[in-house]
Design a protein around this ligand. Sequence first.
Ligand code: FAD
Length: 503
Amino acid sequence: MTVWLLGDQLSPDAAPLATADHVLMIEAHGFAERLPYHPAKLTLLFSAMRHCRDELRGRGYEVTYVETETFGEGLSEYFEAAPDDALVLMDPPSHGAAARFTELVEERGGTLTVVENDRFLTTPDLFDEWAGDRSVDEGFRQEQWYRFVRREFDILMNGDEPEGGAWNYDDQNRETPPDGWSPPPTPTFDPDALTREVHEFVTERYADHWGNPSLEAVVWPVTRSEALSALDHFVSARLPEFGDYQDALVEGEWALSHSLLSSSLNLGLLHPQEVVDSAVEAYHREEAPLNSVEGFVRQVVGWREFMRHVYRRAMPAMGEANQLEQERELPPLYWDGETDMTCLSEAVSHVHDRGYAHHIERLMVLSNFALVYGAAPQALNRWFHLGFVDAYHWVTTPNVVGMGSFATDVLSSKPYASSGNYINEMSDFCAGCEYTVSRTTGEGACPFNALYWDFLKENEERLRGTGRMGLMYSHVDNKSDEEWEAIRERAETVRERARAGEL
Ligand code: FAD
């Protein structure tokens, strides 16, 4: 039996391999040109694929590894040598991929059996059983799903009760680090000859792509053993403070105490079960507090699994959703990072430098600004998709189109929109910023503020009625006509300057 292993299924222990002797892998170089993907992302992907190939060969598998332009061409080459072969493929999570691949295989005379993707903890059937009659139009809520998964997989449970008595310690996850705090050093992985070779190829072939082309940008594990050491490093060095500083933003710090495991999870190098087990074991050894461990578990088995299933249920509509009818192009600062706004300049430079920004930079800086500025959700989705090392359509789309842009309410009932106040509370960005966070209007006022109020006013019809926006609209109601005029004027100036690259 031949297993066709995709680039985001890079586990030598993937279930279908247990009964296979032959593996097919296709490195499709033209496919990597659909968007100007970050060179670190492409280097990571191709290097991890080639390392996986070598590991499988070391374990005795025969591996056909095709370097080509498209999956179609790769399959043609394969079936010329092995006509009528039957392939087995783990169900790819991105919408329509299984159907497209089946068509490509059948056109070339082969057959493709699509089996469960074991790189996730929960199956589509389990989610559908949990969701019951609930339809996409009614939306899904993560907290209920998270509790269900905790019970179902007996994670951090005391019998039927959650460990510590509460399901969620989010209220203990909003500290800002004291002055002088610095995060633990990030793990480093020396690029070997194979990674260097791939990097040379990527920077030559994709020379016009966006993002730092230096090999120094490739700070991500490319093998399972590197990924396991990244996991150990996280659990021992970063997990203890992960909870406290989960929502924090600190100038000059790109990683804080975040796990930095998303690229390894999404490539298949790590399994969600093992990362959750490691964190829970650290809690039982009393090496990490409950607010950290629960917070981390919630991200992995709550959010990550939830996003995968909601995406599956909400596509294809989610891809094109735009309930707020926002149509603006992304301003140039997303590409060049040129802005006097410290928060945005920090976050964009982090993405440019390594293809990564942590969750709060993604949500409350990068997508929050695009949301209140009025950028098209699909433009923002493309930007995230090409810029981040962990971005795949199945995970980027629900996060960007659903959570960040509120282009659909399938997974949240209100937008993650905020003024500069939130960023000021959670960060040290505003103190030295050229803009004044305490001011909304006039020259020098924090651009977030006028954009935020203007956004609420513009979208009043859609948002006022949504359950949790009442307090915000009571502030809207308290503003005078003169205040609104000044807000409108400032918002317009901010948008014009952003468009002109002069913010
Ligand atoms: P940590 O903060 O240490 O969290 C641990 C793990 O939890 C992550 O590795 C990740 O696997 C999982 N996780 C946490 N939140 C989410 C979530 N909302 N969705 C899915 N998994 C989650 N995550 C991606 O993997 N790929 C993306 O393309 C992506 N795009 C995002 C875009 C926006 C606008 C937002 C708001 C979030 C996005 N996320 C994405 C989710 C999350 O921000 C990243 O998973 C996380 O920042 C990765 O860094 P980390 O590994 O250090 O995560």
